[in-house]
Design a protein around this ligand. Sequence first.
Ligand SMILES: [Zn+2]
Length: 387
Amino acid sequence: MVEGMGFRDLAHFNDALLAKQAWRLIHNKDSLLYKVFKAKFFPHGSLIDAKESSSGSYAWKSILRGRDVVLEGACWRVGNGKSIKIRQHYWLPRKHPTMVASPMVESMEEATVDCLIDEGTRTWNADMVDGMFAPEEAEEFKNIPLARVATEDSLFWPLAQDGKFNCKLGYRFLKEAEDGSHKEARPDHEKGLWKKIWALACPNKVKNLVWRACRNSFPSKSNLLRRTIIKDQTCDCCRGEAEDMIHAVWTCKNLDCVWDKDTAWSFRNQTSFSSFSELMAWVFEHQRKPALFAFTVWSIWTQSNQMRSQQPCCSLNLLSQFAVERYSEYQAILPPSSPSRPRMRTRWKPPPLDVFKINFDGAVFAMKIVQGWELLSVTEKAWCLQP
Ligand SMILES: [Zn+2]
């Protein structure tokens, strides 16, 4: 094994050996070694989230190094979800990297998977999942089977048939990681786009459609043709061009009567886009009412599906109006948005003589103080009172 190995290879081999040790510690909690390490280094937590301490021995540091290799290559099997961090651990059943790509709500960076599970029924909390993640990722989540009875979350090694780590596979994993062969993260601009779509003031079904259109994962005729479901991709409406996503909801001549109604969309006749995601990015960039745009796209797509399946539907002429109405209705039921209010900086100023000034933090009202006193002025952070 050692012959012909370069220094990097030896380092990988060493790491694989350490990972093997860490793997044993994670899976065999009855061992003496585990008990010794636990008592000393992570009495209240687990090896998974143990931190390096300055007092740690060389042996402990080595274990942590091995643990990190395990966490990098292993995948979580969801039990009760309490050990798995939604955003930081690998747990989605797909090819590496199996980490969640959807951006997380800021306050939830550290959240664990159990908050997405309805413990009573042991099912995924669909509203929560749909509301928080990019649509195709949300679908992936909801397809992960949950055991009827919650067990502890467990780690498996996806490259091994029996799911157990071994040195040989660990070594290969580290070698491939170095080559970067399984690190194809999603392009950044796409992450940025999803973040913006996710923030739109629209129902999830609308965001979902717009996102799928951006990802070109839509049953447009062109996509159906590619998957050899149909043989002709000509647009049913204009019979002129291939019906890809951008044609179906944007460039088709039949849609002039929808998009020409509002001057916000007049760039349709001046700018051309090669894909729907490019168009969507442009709309965001130029602040052309992105939420209304999304509602309109959704209305067009829904209408054309109704037409196709011969259901009663709104005529194209009225579609623009229809979208505006849905959009306004939705804005009306939204909770009042709280745009980050500029914080008032109040500097303490001494009050005039015989005036008492009460500075406080927050808005705790103690009306008793005011009785018998004249309230001279009130600001966010101070009252001025006179007896
Ligand atoms: Zn057409």
